[in-house]
Design a protein around this ligand. Structure first.
Ligand code: CDP
Length: 230
């Protein structure tokens, strides 16, 4: 069986990470959540007062990039690798609405993207990796053997994300969640550097009406076909 690279891109809250984690576990591949890296840089910027709803000290953040150390450590209880920012586990903190509101602004900065893309490429150097994000099939691994582009209606996506927030006890409304999803979609698709766009050779999956199991089986079948081909 050969090792391949699997890129899963798409809009916010399309269930990319759910499928990527399931796939990686089943294939015994490494899973990398590239969005977590952009979120962790955003958290760093927030902690150092470099970004808020009102300000963004972009140049200062760029100058501080060398001080931002990101790493992943596998958590056997959860079955996936959690993200660490300068040695601290920030897996839970980066998912909150405050970070969600600011992350797309940070992800627009070419210097931030350059640093994270280099690290992502290193992590996928030996293949056997499933990575999800916005630019994985277009920029990070343009020659990935399998590229999936996930879509679903904004309402469906916001509902999923809202349910996650509620389960974690975060005080947000559905309207606020929907607004955030639409806001990030807009910035992510219109930014100059590495906008979210479906790669020509990506397979599009609209999971608005697919169950988690149906979606997994669809993608797993595609992966196995490639892995078992000569
Ligand atoms: O979980 P969700 O789909 O809401 O987002 P995420 O994957 O955690 O990514 C958070 C944000 O990081 C996105 O809205 C993008 O602005 C940015 N991002 C990116 O620019 N490029 C990537 N490869 C991954 C995420």
């Amino acid at each position: 069986m050969k090792n391949i690279t699997i890129a899963i891109d798409g809009f916010s809250s399309t269930g990319k990470s759910t499928i990527a984690k399931e796939l990686a576990n089943k294939l015994k591949y490494v899973y990398v959540d590239s969005g977590a890296m952009y979120r962790a840089v955003t958290l760093y910027a927030m902690q150092h007062n470099l970004i808020s709803e009102e300000i963004f000290l972009k140049e200062k953040l760029i100058n501080e990039l060398a001080n931002i150390n990101l790493g992943f450590k596998f958590n056997p209880d959860l079955g996936f690798a959690e993200i660490y920012l300068n040695g601290v586990n920030v897996e839970a903190e980066i998912r909150n609405m405050k970070v969600s509101r600011l992350v797309s602004k940070v992800a627009e900065v070419p210097e931030v993207r350059k640093k994270l893309v280099e690290q992502q490429q290193k992590m996928g150097m030996h293949k056997g990796v499933v990575m999800d994000g916005r630019d994985i099939g277009t920029v990070v691994f343009p020659s990935a053997e399998l590229k999936i582009f996930m879509t679903a209606s904004a309402e469906k996506r916001a509902k999923r994300r809202f349910d996650e927030f509620v389960a974690r006890g975060e005080q947000v409304t559905f309207e606020e969640t929907l607004k955030n999803v639409e806001y990030r979609d807009h910035i992510d698709t219109t930014r100059e550097d590495s906008p979210l766009v479906k790669a020509n050779d990506a397979i599009e999956i609209d999971n608005s009406t697919l169950t988690r199991k149906e979606q997994f089986e669809k993608v797993y079948k595609l992966a196995i076909e490639i892995i078992e081909s000569d």
